[in-house]
Design a binder for this molecule. Sequence first.
Ligand code: FES
Length: 115
Amino acid sequence: MPQITFRKDGADTSEAVADNTNLVVRAGIRKFPWPHLRYGCGMGKCGKCASRILAGAEHLPEPNWKERQVLGEERLAEGCRLVCQLWLHHDLALTQDGVTPPPPVRATPILPPRG
Ligand code: FES
């Protein structure tokens, strides 16, 4: 079982979670890391779940296209990931301290405005 450590305001809380766990799904049913984790859509769109990985990043898959679009290469290079896009199989330590959520990605209109 992965051991997850969440740092908030400099204090660590830690809990073992089931294999293949998504932390936003857990927070949505009020399990650790609730109430500490900031999140929103759960679909890789809003960016509110952006977190900096402190340890265990080597076990995570490469960022998917949603993470690349929402976080951008600069935040990814700083070690940030969208937690809602991660299903965990290994120990992980993360924080949202000092991570400002990126602005939401706006959809580009396909059709011209009606006029
Ligand atoms: S919760 Fe909205 S991008 Fe992760």
